[in-house]
Design a protein around this ligand. Structure first.
Ligand code: GLU
Length: 419
């Protein structure tokens, strides 16, 4: 167990046991469902621009192989370790199962700050990481995608590296690629679009009109920036926004397009405004209708959960809410409506699935087809989660996770234990 030790894996474990208690999974079945099937650690030696060689630690965890290949993103972040990667892989499993995608969960990455290295160094790290992973991945084994700190360009390098070793172009080895190299229309926007679409559904559920509603978006990467844009299009006023450099709050609201233009030019939100700067921790507890944590894990904790003043908590990030915070939020279920992460941010992996299918078939869809299919699937999943929550009088998170865990448990039971 020590291989995965750390607060993030402990969190995934605690959540799992809560669900296992609720749906009555016996002790002897729990480890089989929770513990990752495979965990791979690699050392990636990279020649830096100054001529020196640095070795970066890379990871990949493949949680279960019961339903098909594993699927999940690749994270480049300084503090990455095996425990965090394993937790994220476990969450990917419940997420894929909830949306009925034929995948187990995976996650991987490199312990590196992608903003502190040159583009050439980033390419070298990306290519070396994929090269080290070649024995363990494949279009029918494990399919990578972007996550925090990686993007379409990194996916293009991954695809190219894998393809060069195979001697042919294998676009289906990763998803989230640029459209020009086998990606699908609508993948880059998918996660943020999904978040906004589900927020719209939640607003219908609780009877909140979009026009005049307010939102705070924590994290302005691929998920937060697109969610802010889409919410803005719906008539929602973005009153707070932050990234890893700065946080802003202004009840009059920000123009998402201007924020995006600033980030496109300067790389971060820093320098956008002098008047509206706020402490990043204080941003989360400002009054708003919709709070979208779209950055890292464990930002809604026992310390701030009781102070949230939102009506909808839309979890764009993976694991933003700790189990302790969940306990507190559960007492305010009638006041704060939670769209749990494995539902809220599932638009990304859903469109990754569409990309994989298109690559396997070499038959491509229009952006409208992709987005329509995405909305249909999200709609169905949202209804399933709400029906289950209502039926059993449990939180939306418990309902969503239970549906995911049950699907994996049932598949394992039916396949039986080999040999
Ligand atoms: N990294 C994203 C997630 O956490 C996307 C994974 C994928 O598309 O495979 O859901």
């Amino acid at each position: 167990m020590s291989l995965y030790s750390g607060p993030v894996f402990e969190m995934a474990q605690t959540q799992f046991h809560t669900i296992a208690d609720y749906i009555g999974i016996k002790a002897d079945e729990r480890d089989r469902l929770l513990l990752p099937k495979r965990a791979i650690a690699v050392s990636c030696p990279v020649r830096m621009d100054d001529g020196s060689v640095k070795v970066f630690q890379g990871y990949r965890v493949q949680h279960h192989l019961t339903l098909g290949p594993t699927k999940g993103g690749t994270r480049f972040s300084t503090s990455l370790d095996m425990g965090e990667v394993a937790a994220l892989a476990v969450w990917m499993s419940w997420k894929c199962a909830l949306a009925e995608l034929p995948y187990g969960g995976a996650k991987g990455g490199v312990a590196i700050d992608p903003n502190a290295i040159s583009k050439r160094e980033l390419e070298a790290v990306s290519r070396r990481y994929m090269q080290e992973m070649i024995p363990f991945v494949g279009p029918h084994t494990d399919v990578m995608a972007p996550d925090m700190g990686t993007n379409e360009q990194v996916m293009a390098w991954f695809m190219d590296t894998y393809s060069m070793y195979q001697g042919r172009t294998v676009t289906e080895i990763v998803t989230g690629k640029p459209v020009a190299s086998g990606g699908t229309a609508g993948r880059r926007e998918a996660t943020g679009r999904g978040v906004a679409f589900l927020v719209a559904r939640a607003m219908q559920t609780i009877g909140l009109a979009a026009s005049g509603a307010t939102a705070i978006v924590q994290g302005f990467g691929n998920v937060g920036a697109i969610a802010a844009h889409e919410l803005g299009q719906m008539g929602v006023r973005i009153v707070g926004v932050s990234d890893h450099t700065v946080a802003y709050y202004d009840p009059k609201g920000f123009d998402p397009e201007m924020l995006n233009a600033h980030v496109a030019q300067h790389g971060t939100l820093l320098g956008y405004s002098q008047q509206s700067i706020i402490d990043p921790a204080a941003l989360l507890i400002q009054r708003c209708d919709i709070l979208v944590p779209a950055a890292v894990e464990r930002v809604i904790t026992a310390a701030n959960a009781g102070q949230l003043k939102c009506r909808i908590l839309a979890e764009g990030a993976n694991g933003p809410t700790t189990p302790e915070a969940d306990g507190i939020l559960d007492q305010h279920r009638d006041r704060i409506f939670i769209i749990p992460d494995i539902l809220c941010n599932s638009g990304g992996v859903i469109v990754s699935y569409f990309e994989w299918v298109q690559d396997l078939q070499q038959f491509f869809w229009s952006e409208t087809e992709v987005t329509d299919k995405l909305k249909t699937l999200l709609n169905r999943t949202y209804s399933k989660v709400l029906a289950r929550a209502e039926r059993d009088n449990v939180s939306n998170r418990t309902a969503a996770m239970a549906i995911g865990v049950e699907k994996v448990r049932d598949a394992k039971r039916l396949r039986g234990l080999f040999p």
